[in-house]
Design a protein. Structure first.
Length: 58
């Protein structure tokens, strides 16, 4: 896996794939909503992303 600025784009697809696969096997009727359900709290808590940099203050 990559580290640094390119880590988020290269690590997101496997995580999304795991959520989707577990959703299809455990909750087939609601599998399409699980990815959005996992993405919602991340966007609320970290709107710049999981590895986003803080804004520079002047």
């Amino acid at each position: 896996m990559a580290s640094g600025p390119s880590a988020a784009p290269s690590s997101a697809p496997p995580v999304i794939g795991q959520i989707e696969t577990l959703g299809v096997s455990l909750l087939p009727d609601h599998a399409s909503f699980l990815v959005f359900g996992a993405m919602g709290p991340v966007l609320l808590l970290r709107p710049r992303g999981l590895l986003g940099k803080k804004e520079a203050t002047a």
